[in-house]
Design a binder for this molecule. Structure first.
Ligand code: ZN
Length: 308
Protein backbone atom coordinates (compact mmCIF):
# COMPACT_ATOMS: atom_id res chain seq x y z
CA UNK A 1 0.00 0.00 0.00
CA UNK A 2 2.82 2.37 0.89
CA UNK A 3 4.28 2.04 -2.51
CA UNK A 4 0.90 2.88 -4.01
CA UNK A 5 0.18 5.91 -1.81
CA UNK A 6 3.70 7.28 -1.67
CA UNK A 7 4.84 6.66 -5.19
CA UNK A 8 2.04 5.91 -7.61
CA UNK A 9 -0.53 8.40 -6.36
CA UNK A 10 1.74 11.49 -6.50
CA UNK A 11 2.79 10.48 -10.01
CA UNK A 12 -0.80 10.20 -11.15
CA UNK A 13 -1.63 13.47 -9.45
CA UNK A 14 1.28 15.18 -11.16
CA UNK A 15 0.05 13.88 -14.50
CA UNK A 16 -3.47 15.09 -13.87
CA UNK A 17 -2.32 18.49 -12.64
CA UNK A 18 -0.41 19.10 -15.83
CA UNK A 19 -3.71 19.96 -17.48
CA UNK A 20 -3.79 23.14 -15.35
CA UNK A 21 -0.50 24.43 -16.60
CA UNK A 22 -1.33 25.64 -20.13
CA UNK A 23 -3.93 28.04 -18.70
CA UNK A 24 -1.33 29.72 -16.58
CA UNK A 25 1.41 29.92 -19.17
CA UNK A 26 -0.26 32.83 -20.87
CA UNK A 27 -2.36 35.41 -19.18
CA UNK A 28 -4.58 37.93 -20.85
CA UNK A 29 -4.26 41.53 -19.72
CA UNK A 30 -7.73 42.62 -18.56
CA UNK A 31 -7.10 46.14 -19.85
CA UNK A 32 -5.46 45.86 -23.28
CA UNK A 33 -6.28 42.22 -24.00
CA UNK A 34 -2.70 41.28 -24.96
CA UNK A 35 -1.47 37.82 -24.08
CA UNK A 36 1.51 37.85 -21.74
CA UNK A 37 3.82 34.92 -21.04
CA UNK A 38 3.75 34.06 -17.33
CA UNK A 39 7.53 34.44 -16.87
CA UNK A 40 7.48 37.85 -18.45
CA UNK A 41 4.55 38.87 -16.25
CA UNK A 42 6.30 37.62 -13.12
CA UNK A 43 9.52 39.42 -13.98
CA UNK A 44 7.49 42.57 -14.49
CA UNK A 45 5.88 42.26 -11.01
CA UNK A 46 2.49 41.43 -12.56
CA UNK A 47 2.33 44.67 -14.47
CA UNK A 48 1.32 44.40 -18.13
CA UNK A 49 4.43 45.14 -20.24
CA UNK A 50 2.22 46.48 -23.05
CA UNK A 51 -0.10 48.94 -21.32
CA UNK A 52 1.25 49.20 -17.76
CA UNK A 53 -1.91 47.82 -16.18
CA UNK A 54 -1.22 46.82 -12.57
CA UNK A 55 -2.77 43.43 -11.88
CA UNK A 56 -3.64 42.31 -8.38
CA UNK A 57 -0.95 40.33 -6.60
CA UNK A 58 -1.01 38.03 -3.59
CA UNK A 59 0.06 39.12 -0.14
CA UNK A 60 3.03 36.74 -0.35
CA UNK A 61 4.24 38.29 -3.62
CA UNK A 62 3.81 41.73 -2.11
CA UNK A 63 5.94 40.90 0.92
CA UNK A 64 8.64 39.28 -1.21
CA UNK A 65 8.73 42.38 -3.37
CA UNK A 66 9.06 44.86 -0.51
CA UNK A 67 11.54 43.42 1.98
CA UNK A 68 15.32 43.49 1.56
CA UNK A 69 16.32 40.42 -0.50
CA UNK A 70 12.71 39.24 -0.16
CA UNK A 71 13.51 38.05 3.37
CA UNK A 72 10.94 38.43 6.13
CA UNK A 73 9.42 36.73 9.17
CA UNK A 74 5.70 36.21 9.29
CA UNK A 75 4.02 36.52 12.67
CA UNK A 76 1.21 34.36 13.90
CA UNK A 77 -2.02 36.34 14.00
CA UNK A 78 -4.09 36.63 17.17
CA UNK A 79 -6.77 33.98 17.59
CA UNK A 80 -10.27 35.37 17.14
CA UNK A 81 -13.76 33.83 17.06
CA UNK A 82 -14.19 32.56 13.51
CA UNK A 83 -17.95 32.87 13.01
CA UNK A 84 -19.24 34.99 15.90
CA UNK A 85 -22.77 35.48 14.52
CA UNK A 86 -23.20 31.95 13.13
CA UNK A 87 -24.07 33.73 9.91
CA UNK A 88 -25.56 31.99 6.96
CA UNK A 89 -26.60 33.21 3.52
CA UNK A 90 -26.73 30.69 0.69
CA UNK A 91 -23.79 29.06 2.42
CA UNK A 92 -22.59 28.99 6.00
CA UNK A 93 -20.01 31.69 6.72
CA UNK A 94 -17.96 29.06 8.52
CA UNK A 95 -17.82 27.04 5.30
CA UNK A 96 -16.92 30.10 3.26
CA UNK A 97 -14.06 30.75 5.65
CA UNK A 98 -12.78 27.19 5.37
CA UNK A 99 -12.95 27.42 1.60
CA UNK A 100 -10.98 30.68 1.56
CA UNK A 101 -8.45 29.22 4.00
CA UNK A 102 -7.99 26.22 1.76
CA UNK A 103 -7.58 28.36 -1.33
CA UNK A 104 -5.04 30.79 0.13
CA UNK A 105 -3.41 28.75 2.95
CA UNK A 106 -3.99 31.77 5.18
CA UNK A 107 -6.06 32.02 8.36
CA UNK A 108 -7.67 35.28 7.23
CA UNK A 109 -7.39 38.08 4.68
CA UNK A 110 -4.14 39.60 5.95
CA UNK A 111 -0.48 38.68 6.41
CA UNK A 112 1.76 40.46 8.90
CA UNK A 113 5.53 40.20 8.65
CA UNK A 114 8.59 41.98 9.92
CA UNK A 115 12.01 42.46 8.46
CA UNK A 116 14.08 45.23 6.93
CA UNK A 117 13.77 47.67 4.09
CA UNK A 118 16.88 49.54 3.14
CA UNK A 119 18.35 48.17 6.37
CA UNK A 120 15.66 49.83 8.49
CA UNK A 121 13.21 47.84 10.62
CA UNK A 122 9.69 47.59 9.21
CA UNK A 123 6.48 45.71 9.85
CA UNK A 124 4.34 45.13 6.78
CA UNK A 125 0.67 44.16 6.86
CA UNK A 126 -0.50 43.08 3.42
CA UNK A 127 -4.08 42.20 2.51
CA UNK A 128 -4.90 39.09 0.52
CA UNK A 129 -7.69 39.95 -1.91
CA UNK A 130 -8.21 36.30 -2.80
CA UNK A 131 -9.45 35.70 0.74
CA UNK A 132 -13.08 36.87 0.77
CA UNK A 133 -12.23 39.97 -1.24
CA UNK A 134 -9.74 41.11 1.38
CA UNK A 135 -12.65 42.07 3.60
CA UNK A 136 -12.05 43.29 7.15
CA UNK A 137 -13.55 41.25 9.95
CA UNK A 138 -12.48 40.76 13.56
CA UNK A 139 -9.37 38.79 12.58
CA UNK A 140 -8.10 41.50 10.22
CA UNK A 141 -8.74 44.20 12.83
CA UNK A 142 -6.89 42.20 15.47
CA UNK A 143 -4.03 41.59 13.03
CA UNK A 144 -3.66 45.30 12.29
CA UNK A 145 -3.60 46.07 15.99
CA UNK A 146 -0.96 43.38 16.48
CA UNK A 147 1.06 44.80 13.57
CA UNK A 148 1.00 48.32 15.07
CA UNK A 149 2.03 46.98 18.48
CA UNK A 150 4.81 44.91 16.97
CA UNK A 151 6.07 48.00 15.14
CA UNK A 152 6.04 49.98 18.40
CA UNK A 153 7.89 47.17 20.18
CA UNK A 154 10.55 46.93 17.49
CA UNK A 155 10.72 50.68 16.90
CA UNK A 156 9.90 49.88 13.32
CA UNK A 157 7.88 51.66 10.66
CA UNK A 158 4.49 50.21 9.77
CA UNK A 159 3.55 49.75 6.13
CA UNK A 160 0.03 48.62 5.35
CA UNK A 161 -0.96 47.46 1.88
CA UNK A 162 -4.74 47.24 1.66
CA UNK A 163 -6.51 45.36 -1.16
CA UNK A 164 -10.01 45.13 0.12
CA UNK A 165 -13.66 45.46 -0.74
CA UNK A 166 -14.40 46.80 2.75
CA UNK A 167 -16.06 45.35 5.83
CA UNK A 168 -16.74 41.59 6.14
CA UNK A 169 -20.52 41.70 6.00
CA UNK A 170 -20.91 38.22 7.45
CA UNK A 171 -19.58 39.59 10.75
CA UNK A 172 -22.12 42.41 10.85
CA UNK A 173 -21.57 45.10 13.45
CA UNK A 174 -18.40 43.35 14.64
CA UNK A 175 -16.74 44.05 11.31
CA UNK A 176 -17.80 47.71 11.47
CA UNK A 177 -16.23 47.92 14.91
CA UNK A 178 -12.89 47.21 13.27
CA UNK A 179 -12.95 50.70 11.80
CA UNK A 180 -12.45 52.56 15.12
CA UNK A 181 -10.28 49.68 16.31
CA UNK A 182 -7.81 50.07 13.47
CA UNK A 183 -7.82 53.84 13.95
CA UNK A 184 -6.71 53.16 17.53
CA UNK A 185 -3.90 51.01 16.13
CA UNK A 186 -2.75 53.96 14.03
CA UNK A 187 -2.99 56.25 17.07
CA UNK A 188 -0.78 53.91 19.11
CA UNK A 189 1.82 54.06 16.39
CA UNK A 190 1.59 57.84 16.26
CA UNK A 191 2.15 58.04 20.02
CA UNK A 192 5.28 55.94 19.55
CA UNK A 193 6.37 58.48 16.90
CA UNK A 194 6.89 55.88 14.22
CA UNK A 195 6.19 56.30 10.51
CA UNK A 196 3.02 54.82 9.07
CA UNK A 197 2.96 54.37 5.32
CA UNK A 198 -0.04 53.27 3.30
CA UNK A 199 0.21 51.68 -0.12
CA UNK A 200 -3.27 51.78 -1.65
CA UNK A 201 -3.74 49.00 -4.18
CA UNK A 202 -6.62 47.96 -6.36
CA UNK A 203 -9.20 47.99 -4.85
CA UNK A 204 -9.37 49.84 -1.55
CA UNK A 205 -13.00 50.54 -0.80
CA UNK A 206 -15.69 50.58 1.87
CA UNK A 207 -14.87 50.43 5.56
CA UNK A 208 -11.17 49.96 4.87
CA UNK A 209 -10.91 53.22 2.93
CA UNK A 210 -13.00 54.88 5.65
CA UNK A 211 -10.61 53.96 8.46
CA UNK A 212 -6.90 53.14 8.78
CA UNK A 213 -6.22 53.16 5.01
CA UNK A 214 -6.56 56.93 4.69
CA UNK A 215 -4.59 57.84 7.81
CA UNK A 216 -1.02 57.21 6.66
CA UNK A 217 1.73 59.74 7.26
CA UNK A 218 2.44 59.16 3.59
CA UNK A 219 -0.29 57.95 1.26
CA UNK A 220 1.03 56.10 -1.76
CA UNK A 221 -1.16 54.46 -4.42
CA UNK A 222 -0.49 52.13 -7.31
CA UNK A 223 -1.41 53.42 -10.78
CA UNK A 224 -5.02 52.89 -11.78
CA UNK A 225 -6.10 51.54 -8.37
CA UNK A 226 -9.76 52.02 -7.49
CA UNK A 227 -9.93 53.85 -4.17
CA UNK A 228 -13.16 55.06 -2.69
CA UNK A 229 -15.93 54.48 -0.19
CA UNK A 230 -19.10 53.66 -2.12
CA UNK A 231 -19.07 52.23 -5.63
CA UNK A 232 -19.26 54.67 -8.54
CA UNK A 233 -22.57 53.23 -9.76
CA UNK A 234 -24.20 53.66 -6.34
CA UNK A 235 -23.05 57.28 -6.17
CA UNK A 236 -24.27 58.00 -9.68
CA UNK A 237 -27.69 56.59 -8.88
CA UNK A 238 -27.90 58.55 -5.64
CA UNK A 239 -26.81 61.97 -6.86
CA UNK A 240 -28.34 61.45 -10.33
CA UNK A 241 -25.30 62.88 -12.02
CA UNK A 242 -22.65 61.52 -14.33
CA UNK A 243 -19.32 61.13 -12.54
CA UNK A 244 -16.16 62.56 -14.09
CA UNK A 245 -13.74 60.38 -16.05
CA UNK A 246 -11.28 58.45 -13.90
CA UNK A 247 -13.38 59.00 -10.76
CA UNK A 248 -12.07 57.03 -7.74
CA UNK A 249 -8.85 56.13 -9.54
CA UNK A 250 -5.46 56.73 -7.90
CA UNK A 251 -4.55 59.50 -10.38
CA UNK A 252 -7.84 61.31 -9.75
CA UNK A 253 -7.27 61.20 -5.99
CA UNK A 254 -3.76 62.54 -6.44
CA UNK A 255 -5.05 65.44 -8.54
CA UNK A 256 -7.57 66.27 -5.82
CA UNK A 257 -5.10 66.14 -2.96
CA UNK A 258 -6.36 62.95 -1.31
CA UNK A 259 -3.08 61.07 -1.64
CA UNK A 260 0.58 62.04 -1.81
CA UNK A 261 1.89 60.05 -4.75
CA UNK A 262 1.11 57.47 -7.38
CA UNK A 263 4.05 55.10 -7.68
CA UNK A 264 4.45 52.35 -10.30
CA UNK A 265 5.05 48.94 -8.74
CA UNK A 266 8.58 48.79 -10.11
CA UNK A 267 9.56 51.92 -8.19
CA UNK A 268 7.55 51.15 -5.08
CA UNK A 269 10.25 49.53 -2.97
CA UNK A 270 12.86 52.17 -3.81
CA UNK A 271 10.37 54.94 -3.02
CA UNK A 272 9.46 53.48 0.36
CA UNK A 273 13.13 52.90 1.22
CA UNK A 274 13.86 56.54 0.40
CA UNK A 275 10.92 57.73 2.52
CA UNK A 276 11.96 55.53 5.43
CA UNK A 277 15.47 56.95 5.19
CA UNK A 278 14.06 60.46 5.48
CA UNK A 279 11.65 59.58 8.27
CA UNK A 280 13.74 57.22 10.38
CA UNK A 281 17.37 58.17 10.02
CA UNK A 282 17.64 60.54 12.90
CA UNK A 283 21.05 61.64 11.75
CA UNK A 284 21.00 64.75 9.63
CA UNK A 285 22.00 64.12 6.00
CA UNK A 286 24.68 66.85 6.26
CA UNK A 287 26.69 68.31 9.09
CA UNK A 288 24.67 70.66 11.19
CA UNK A 289 26.20 74.11 11.24
CA UNK A 290 25.43 76.45 14.09
CA UNK A 291 23.36 79.36 12.90
CA UNK A 292 24.65 82.77 13.89
CA UNK A 293 22.32 83.90 16.65
CA UNK A 294 22.22 85.65 19.96
CA UNK A 295 23.82 83.86 22.91
CA UNK A 296 21.45 81.84 25.02
CA UNK A 297 19.31 81.02 22.04
CA UNK A 298 22.01 78.73 20.66
CA UNK A 299 20.93 75.81 22.86
CA UNK A 300 17.46 75.87 21.36
CA UNK A 301 18.95 76.13 17.90
CA UNK A 302 20.82 72.84 18.18
CA UNK A 303 19.37 70.01 16.18
CA UNK A 304 17.42 72.44 14.07
CA UNK A 305 17.12 72.06 10.33
CA UNK A 306 20.34 70.96 8.67
CA UNK A 307 22.32 73.51 6.72
CA UNK A 308 21.40 73.53 3.07
ZN1 ZN B 1 -2.19 45.43 -20.87
Amino acid sequence: MNWLTNFVRPRIRALVQKTDVPDRLWQKCPKCGQMIFHRELEANLNVCPHCGHHMRISAAARLAMLFDEGQYHRIELPKTPSDPLKFRDVKRYGDRLKEAQGKTSLSDAIVVAHGRMGGLPVVVAAFEFEFQGGSMGVAVGAALLAAARLAALQQAALIVVPASGGARMQEGILSLMQMPRTVIAVEELREAKLPYIIVLTDPTTGGVSASFAMLGDVQIAEPGAVIGFAGARVIEETIKEKLPEGFQRAEYLLEHGMIDMVVPRKELRATIVRLLGLLMNRQAPATVLALPMAQGASEAGKGAAPAE
